[in-house]
Design a binder for this molecule. Structure first.
Ligand code: FE2
Length: 299
């Protein structure tokens, strides 16, 4: 297996100010000062960046940053991409500097998504604190979380992600949604075949505790962010809810996703995505503190 984790995502948006406050005040990400070129880094851990936002017209993930182990793994992958006629492009010194990585190649997947493969990303060695309301994100070797994308030709995409990039199918929902893993996280990407479009459906971020999920849930309610109810997924068993980003696609915010043991895992076909919950919440949801739940204000 050559891809080891979803390392970072580059996003483009015309709502940068909304994204900054959404990332910091709702999701609990650490939002750094803008780079000289205007990009904004959002951090979840000691890595230089997990979400990299640039101003632009596309409300979308514009590049997917997939991590590989080292330079040998990157060379190996470049060879396979070349052989499969995927035309990998070797990143320039400027590209590597822009992403703070040691090695970089890029290509497109069959749906036209721009993928970057890298190793040696800068790790910031000072203590990391996400925010006052999120204790920690679950990342490390599991990567930043997962993405769920809709693709026009699911068979072509499945072949690309499994045969060339080395992903394995953890399970599937009918023949319309495939969950693919590249490490112990149940899936780092899921490919959906719904309306024959190419688009991002959601990005999943995982946190260390259920309390972290609860606090972000409360903040989403307070700010009248469009969101779902809480729920538990039937395959990765994550407890989560969905909230709408300023770009229109969703973030899934969850806790306690299961880890897959490659030696014993058996692929199955699930018949529904959630054990319970994940229902649409009519907007705007109105909430009020129950009696005795208000913080005592003192004498
Ligand atoms: Fe998800």
């Amino acid at each position: 297996m050559s891809v080891t984790a979803l390392g970072y995502l580059s996003l483009e948006t015309s709502h940068m100010d909304d994204w900054i406050s959404f990332g910091r005040d709702v999701l609990g990400l650490k939002v750094e000062q803008p780079e000289p070129d205007g990009r904004v880094r959002m951090r979840m851990d000691d890595r230089w960046a997990r979400l990299i936002l640039a101003s632009g017209e596309r409300e979308n993930i514009v590049r997917y940053g997939w991590e590989v182990r080292d330079s040998a793994a990157l060379n190996d992958l470049a060879g396979r991409l070349d052989q499969a006629k995927c035309q990998p492009i070797v990143g320039t010194a400027d590209d590597r500097q822009r992403l703070q990585v040691e090695g970089l190649i890029s290509c497109k997947d069959p749906a036209g998504n721009e993928l970057e493969f890298f190793y040696g990303q800068r790790r910031i060695c000072e203590p990391f604190y996400a925010s006052p309301h999120v204790s920690a994100f679950k990342t490390g070797g599991l990567g930043l979380g997962h993405v769920v994308i809709e693709v026009e030709d699911i068979d072509k995409c499945l072949a690309f992600y499994t045969d060339i990039l080395g992903f394995r199918i953890s399970d599937q929902l009918a023949r319309s949604l495939y969950f693919l893993r590249c490490n112990q996280r149940h899936h780092s990407i899921a490919l959906a075949s719904l309306n024959g479009k190419n688009r991002v459906l959601h990005i999943m971020l995982e946190v260390a505790t259920l309390d972290d999920v609860g606090r972000v849930f409360d903040r989403s309610l307070d700010r009248q962010v469009r969101m779902s109810t809480l729920g538990v997924h039937s395959n990765d068993l994550v407890t989560s809810f969905y909230l709408e980003t300023p770009s229109g696609y969703e973030i899934e915010f969850g806790w306690n996703g299961r880890l897959v043991d490659d030696a014993s895992w058996v692929t199955t076909t699930i018949d529904r995505p959630s054990l319970w919950g994940h229902r649409e919440l009519e907007q705007p949801a109105r909430v009020h503190p129950r009696r005795f739940q208000q913080v005592a204000s003192g004498p």
